[in-house]
Design a binder for this molecule. Structure first.
Ligand SMILES: Cc1ncc(COP(=O)(O)O)c(C=O)c1O
Length: 425
């Protein structure tokens, strides 16, 4: 007898369908907008110049002639693709150089390069964890971390974003449940900088809890590598706890101006992944141009130029953050550091709350020549919609001032029509 249900039924009746259709009909959909030129501080998008405040190109290196030359040289030398896995015909000298330099940068024994950052998380967590293990993850961790945890079939114990007391109780619960011969170990995994909220994980406290409970610690430095710390090695470097982190993850799709991802850690862990990680073994390796670009960008980050680029992007973040706050927007504030200083990460989220208000505000800004990202559930908690703005080292103050003028005009008109937006906390 044929089955009564069609597996495709869900595509006709999913919860987002009505919202999606209404947004499309009114041309309010903030997603899949077309870029028509390079991803610089001001972009050509759908027929107009727009100030780009929605990119992860934090250091602005996607347009750097040295990075473009790195991509072009690799393309000309090796061709357009490798048509095979790293295990077989897909490893270039460039991959090996990149892995050596990444390990050196992170201060670890070894590193492994994946085709995307998402695969680095899935391929790391999905391989190192297994049934019997427990993984404790911040509820705001990136989706790729969650995907890796789910794939592993380890017991997932999430804790409320940033809440150390909740983390500690999850560690206590995990300890009460494990310890037998059949039981596995415990891993804590957090973002160094959270991708939507822009806040920094309290890594010293998390590392101390991991140590006290005998757990391993992994930090996803996707938004922190190339930005935070003297070497730009991320939140663990900034907070002085690199030695306490067992595994560091990073991506090339942000400061390193390319596409790909990596894990850095002890030689035995990385070597284990090289022969066991299915997201590494059963996929084609990154195209030569992507690897060449990432290597060139990494060399710039590690050169004497690096600290100046980090200072510029962080300075721009503080400038935009202050400007938006002065205009009366509810922005996530500067992050306090243990030495009583503070830092504003390049992610400057504007809290809106309601999904439709966020979308309408996005459209008004788009029409005013400003592109920002809209984060709705499940990227953020339900009812916590935000406009995720972000800056690059290559924005100048004149451009940021122009954007702030646009925000001021849009806010005035928007509030007159739709009521007040959340005020600064
Ligand atoms: C925190 C975090 N981890 C991992 C990833 C995945 O990286 P990629 O986009 O390079 O695959 C991202 C990017 O969206 C991210 O924000």
């Amino acid at each position: 007898m044929p089955t009564a249900n069609d597996v495709f039924d869900k595509v006709r009746g999913h919860e987002r369908l009505e919202q999606l259709q209404a947004a499309r009909a009114a041309d309010l959909l903030p997603y899949f907008r077309r870029l028509e030129g390079p991803a610089g501080p001001v972009v050509e998008m759908e027929g107009a110049a727009r100030i780009m405040l929605g990119s992860n190109n934090y250091l602005g290196l996607t347009g750097d002639p040295r990075v473009i030359a790195g991509a072009r040289d690799a393309l000309e030398r090796y061709g357009t693709g490798l048509t095979g896995s790293r295990l077989l015909n897909g490893t270039l000298d460039l991959h090996l150089e990149l892995e050596r330099e990444l390990a050196d940068w992170m201060g670890t024994e070894d590193a492994i390069v994946f085709t995307t950052g998402h695969q680095a998380n899935v391929g790391g967590l999905g391989t190192l964890l297994g049934p019997g293990d427990t993984v404790i993850a911040d509820s705001a961790d990136h989706a790729s971390i969650l995907d890796g945890c789910l794939l592993s079939r380890a017991k997932l114990r999430p804790f409320r974003h940033g809440r150390l007391d909740k983390l500690e109780s999850q560690l206590q619960r995990a300890a009460a449940e494990t310890g037998g011969e059949q039981d596995g170990g415990v891993l804590i995994v957090v973002d160094g900088v959270f991708s939507m909220e822009g806040d920094i994980a309290p890594l010293p406290e998390i590392a101390a809890l991991a140590k006290a409970h005998g757990a391993r610690l992994m930090v996803d430095e996707a938004h922190a590598a190339g930005v935070l710390g003297r070497r730009g090695a991320g939140a663990a470097e900034l907070l002085g706890i690199e030695a306490a982190v067992d595994l560091r993850m990073g991506t090339f799709s942000k400061s390193l101006a390319s596409c790909g991802g990596f894990l850095a850690g002890s030689a035995e862990v990385i070597d284990f992944l090289r022969v066991h990680s299915r997201a590494f073994l059963f996929t084609a390796s990154g195209v030569p141009a992507a690897v060449g670009a990432a290597l060139s960008a990494l060399r710039i980050v590690r050169s004497a130029e690096g600290p100046d680029l980090f200072a510029r992007v962080l300075g721009n973040a503080a400038y935009l953050n202050r400007g938006l706050r002065e205009l009366g927007f509810d922005v996530v504030g500067a992050q306090p550091l243990p030495d009583d200083s503070s830092v504003t990460t390049p992610i400057v989220p504007v809290r809106v709350g309601d999904d439709w208000k966020a979308v309408l505000l996005w459209r008004a800004l788009f029409d005013a020549g400003i592109y920002v990202n809209v984060a709705l559930h499940p990227a953020v908690a339900p009812g916590s919609a935000l406009l995720r703005t972000s800056v690059m080292a290559t924005h100048d103050h004149a451009t940021l001032d122009e954007a702030l003028d646009g925000f001021a005009r849009v806010k005035r008109d928007f509030e007159a029509e739709h009521g007040p937006l959340p005020a600064p906390r």
